[in-house]
Design a protein. Structure first.
Length: 319
């Protein structure tokens, strides 16, 4: 077994729950790989019929242990940093933003369903577009990852999107997220839906302005074929991955970790972790002062996720 990068012997059968208790680990941050398969934390037991098994924290969950408030470079933790931005907009500016948000053009007066469909068919062919039209994708988190993924899927005409986030747009989001000044102060789900409709008003978009929890995961994704994890907070990433793997093992899950700063884009990859679980990112790069979450590299990882989702929709299951 590998625990926190150190190989240790485990002589007796053990469940993951027992391992968590013995080692004092955070249960909400634990997922394991068993013979190359990501498995639920509460249901794994070594069997005498198996060959000796190497256990290890999954790469994505190890990376997720470094929050965006903790500096992390090459495995060394430095001092904790906090956000210092203070909004300074006047009431007149705030009112002007709201007016702009409320008075956007009705996109259905600008284009017809038939024209958009014809343009998509010209690019994609009917065989491909029919599959995209029929797909149902849930995007959990509408920040730098989720909003960019949603824009990409909308542009290719994915027919049914489910946007989930509880947060509002603020000025510090604009360095990497697909929002505009008019969106400041709005719920991300509502602002993103509005922006996506300006690309294609005929996409079916469902929103849930809620926080995803262990309790609502089993019922939140009833209608989706593919679940996309696009959270900012590492603990939320791990919670969703574990909850989906445990409760919805037949759903396709695409997750990401390791996208901060401006390291080489060539370090980012997509890999198939298990039958229905895919992971995008470099798996290790967390924000540090001067190299935080920035649009270019976050966008690279987001497009890896969007491309993997597109491949799954079109029947390609290899990463």
């Amino acid at each position: 077994m590998i625990i926190n990068g150190k190989e240790e012997d485990v002589a007796t059968p053990i469940t993951v729950a027992e391992l968590v208790e013995q080692r004092g680990l955070r249960a909400d941050r634990v997922a394991v790989e068993l013979n190359g398969e990501i498995v639920p934390r509460a249901s794994v037991r070594r069997r005498s019929s198996r060959a000796p098994t190497r256990w290890k924290s999954s790469r994505s969950c190890r990376a997720a242990e470094h929050s965006s408030e903790t500096n992390h470079t090459n495995g060394n933790e430095n001092t904790r940093t906090t956000m210092t931005f203070e909004p300074s907009a006047s009431q007149a500016q705030i009112d002007a933003r709201q007016h702009a948000f409320d008075n956007q053009p009705d996109p259905t007066t600008l284009v017809s369903r038939e024209e958009i469909r014809a343009a998509l068919l010209d690019r994609h062919t009917a065989a491909t577009q029919d599959k995209l039209d029929a797909a149902h994708v849930a995007i959990c988190g509408c920040g730098g990852l989720g909003s960019t993924i949603a824009v990409a899927l909308t542009r290719i005409g994915v027919g049914h999107l489910h946007l989930i986030d509880f947060d509002r747009v603020d000025m510090t989001n604009l360095n990497r997220q697909q929002y505009f000044l008019k969106d400041l102060g709005q719920y991300k789900t509502e602002a993103l839906r509005s922006n996506l409709r300006q690309i294609n008003p005929f996409i079916d978009i469902t929103i849930d302005t809620v926080k995803v929890t262990d309790e609502n995961v089993p019922t939140l994704f009833d209608n989706e074929d593919i679940i996309c994890e696009a959270f900012d907070v590492p603990e939320n990433k791990t919670m969703l991955v574990n909850a989906v793997l445990e409760n919805l093992p037949d759903k396709k899950l695409v997750s990401a970790s390791g996208m901060a700063g401006f390291r080489s884009s060539n370090l980012v990859n997509t890999r198939r972790v298990s039958k229905n679980f895919y992971f995008c990112g470099d798996g290790e790069t967390a924000p540090v002062p001067g190299a935080g979450l920035m649009a270019p590299r976050v966008g690279v990882v987001a497009c890896h996720e969007a491309n993997m989702i597109t491949r799954l929709i079109l029947g390609e299951e290899d990463a």
